[in-house]
Design a protein. Structure first.
Length: 438
């Protein structure tokens, strides 16, 4: 019952948001008159009800009120709903021959503004709503203890889901298939489907995202097959990703030139040596390329490091696991700032424009690290390395070398343009709050 009440409340809040965005858009459009836009005839809310119905129906069709999606999946569904809603609205106005009665600028602003503002508004509303335990969904998690603990912790940390682990008064069930044989899994599914209309199963396969997979049915023999792709080996996806890299890089270029001027002066004033640091790295198809970075170390850094390691043996062990030093004595004062803000990697934008790198991708590994990639080498060296990537927004230096590799393989196999947008957004957050930065 409380899940039904929660769905109604969330639906009602979203409708209020859609109405609120309508009035904000009117305010914005009216103020555009002073910038030379045509005179705006203010719309009445009754004239715009059909737009609310279109958008809400699309969000309902995306099952936003049936399942507890995380923030980014919710956001993607909002973007899809508003994009399709805009096309349907313009088509409806054209077919009904009423398009001249509506301001096209107003409609465009409404959909663009709504697409941007609704996700954070939903985030705020869920933050308030799910602060009350009544609205939280009680979930029983069945399976391997370690996996159960991981999912239980996610429910605690990710408040946007509005879920909490409960072994007694649960309304939903999640079965983690890993470690359970087929016979036992079938018994568990039948057991919980006898008392619940639905349940969720975490599949056996790791490093595979099934979100966009097609499920094919062989009805005569009652079997299904699930499509699995290596996303970044598909030509269409490679073209889309390369186009995305070039467009974003060109948009960033003016800002890069301003920052480059400031950083160059700071490096020159701080220590002797070149502004640039160049180094051979492993590239796509195992072809070496020269990566560009701002110099963040003293020019006699190797000698400084040798002396430091003689008295700090624990740093050697740390490097073997994480491939970084906790306190690297070679780094200059300006270098520490550049690394903390990740500005030292900004010149890799040149590598992107040259075609050696991508904005998002695996880390550009050093030549000496090639052998340590082991079995993951066949995946990681099939794509261009990136300025940022999944591992940078998932712990950065808090992750071991092996954990980084696993995240990068996951990214390659399960790539999507939306995932790149999310990683770019999270990179800004990571850099701003210096999460895991060294």
């Amino acid at each position: 019952m409380k899940n039904f009440i929660t769905k109604i409340i969330l639906s009602f809040i979203d409708i209020l948001f859609l109405i609120g965005i309508f009035y904000i858009t009117i305010f914005i459009r009216k103020n555009l008159n002073s910038f030379g836009f045509p005179e705006f005839n203010v719309l009445m809310i009754n004239d715009f009800l059909f737009v609310f119905v279109i958008i809400f129906s699309l969000m309902y069709y995306e099952k936003m009120y049936h399942f507890r999606y995380d923030f980014w999946q919710d956001t993607l569904k909002i973007v899809k709903s508003f994009t399709i809603g805009f096309l349907l609205t313009m088509s409806f106005l054209a077919l009904s021959k009423t398009n001249m009665e509506y301001s096209r600028t107003f409609i465009l602003i409404y959909f663009l503004f709504g697409m941007l503002i609704l996700p954070p508004l939903k985030r705020l509303s869920k933050k308030i709503l799910f602060s009350f335990s009544f609205f939280k969904q009680n979930v029983l998690i069945v399976g391997d203890k370690k996996q159960v603990a991981i999912l239980e912790n996610e429910m605690k940390e990710n408040w946007y889901l509005g879920q909490q682990y409960d072994e007694i008064n649960y309304t939903n069930v999640v079965i983690i298939a890993k470690g359970i044989d087929t016979k036992e899994l079938n018994i568990l599914v039948e057991k919980y489907l006898n008392t619940h209309s639905e349940l969720f199963v975490v599949p056996y396969l790791e490093n595979t995202n099934f979100i966009d997979s097609e499920i094919l049915e062989y009805s005569n023999i009652r079997l299904n097959t699930i499509q699995i792709e290596n996303k970044l080996l598909i030509r269409k996806n490679i073209f889309i990703k390369n186009s995305f890299d070039k467009v974003i890089s060109l948009l960033i270029l003016p800002l890069f030139l301003i920052i480059h001027f400031i950083v160059s002066i700071a490096i020159k004033l701080d220590s002797k040596g070149s502004i640039w640091f160049r180094q051979k790295r492993l590239g796509k198809d195992d072809i070496d390329f020269e990566v560009y970075k701002y110099r963040s170390m003293y020019i006699d850094g190797d000698e400084i490091l040798k002396k430091y390691l003689k008295n700090n043996k624990d740093e050697i062990r740390y490097y073997e696991e994480f491939h970084k030093y906790k306190n690297d004595p070679r780094i200059t004062k300006v270098g520490k700032i550049l690394r903390a803000t990740s500005l030292d990697e900004l010149p890799q934008l040149i590598n992107v424009l040259k075609g050696d790198m991508s904005l998002i991708g695996p880390r550009p590994y050093m030549i000496s690290e090639k052998i340590k990639l082991q079995k993951n080498k066949q995946f990681i060296l099939k794509v261009k390395p990136g300025i940022t990537g999944l591992w940078q927004v998932s712990g950065r230096n808090n992750l071991t070398f092996k954990e980084r590799n696993e995240l990068e393989v996951w990214y390659i196999k399960n790539w999507s343009l939306w995932a790149d947008f999310v990683i770019l957004f999270k990179t800004i957050k990571v850099v701003f709050f210096k999460i895991g930065a060294k």
